[in-house]
Design a protein around this ligand. Structure first.
Ligand SMILES: Cc1cc2nc3c(=O)[nH]c(=O)nc-3n(C[C@H](O)[C@H](O)[C@H](O)COP(=O)(O)O)c2cc1C
Length: 192
């Protein structure tokens, strides 16, 4: 298949993906923000999240910053910031911060060593744990531990689940389609 059609087909066939902005900083105070649709749950105790980073054959600021500082933040994308969030995927040179380029604002929080996204409603402070190279294509699974969690109290349900539709958190299909979310049903723990 032609390159772009193939990319769009394969990127959408796995189903809806999470929509997050990963915030990092280098050792000189330069801040970076980039959109990622590959953030996944790895386990809740210890609380681990993973994400996939493309091959580091070209410069990847998110990866370099995480390796240098060991800290990063994951910030949910909601309906109001979709366009700016998408724009962070543009290849800005290292001197240009996506925060400034897109008009999104960084927020530092109790000395946490990576920038949070002010506009986001659900913000996660992460610490790098380990990484695995996927030999088949040179991508890497970055494994991190949740250190801090920040979200509005009213979206926390009694059973601990966050009701993400209440904050307008979006979902991603492919590399350029964003979906509004709406809970269909909540079911009980399934037993045989
Ligand atoms: C919808 C969308 C999802 C993306 N998901 C990922 C991803 O999961 N992993 C990745 O490495 N790049 C992903 N990208 C590409 C990065 O956002 C892009 O390479 C960005 O320039 C990386 O910035 P950095 O060099 O500052 O880290 C995605 C782009 C878009 C538009």
């Amino acid at each position: 298949m032609e390159k772009i059609r193939r990319l769009n087909l394969v990127n959408s066939v796995s189903g809806f993906k999470s929509a997050n902005l990963i915030g990092t900083g280098d050792n000189f105070g330069n801040l970076n923000l980039a959109i990622f649709s590959s953030v996944i749950h790895l386990g809740s105790n210890p609380p681990l999240l993973g994400f996939i980073i493309r091959p580091t054959t070209v410069k990847r600021h998110t990866y370099d910053n995480i390796k240098n500082t060991r800290y990063y933040t994951i910030n949910h994308i909601h309906e109001e910031i979709v366009e700016q969030a998408h724009q962070t995927s543009a290849k800005y040179p290292s001197g240009i911060s996506e925060f400034e380029a897109t008009g999104l604002n960084s927020e530092s929080w109790m000395g946490y060593p990576a920038p949070f996204l002010k506009e986001s409603f659900i913000k996660i402070g992460m610490k790098y744990e380990e990484e695995y190279e996927i030999k088949a294509n040179g991508t890497r699974l970055i494994v991190g531990r949740i250190i801090e969690l920040r979200f509005p109290e009213h979206i926390l349900q009694k059973n601990g689940t966050l009701l993400l539709s209440k904050t307008g958190t979006v979902a991603i299909s492919g590399l350029n389609s964003y979906y509004r979310t709406n809970r269909l049903i909540q079911l009980k723990y399934a037993r045989p």
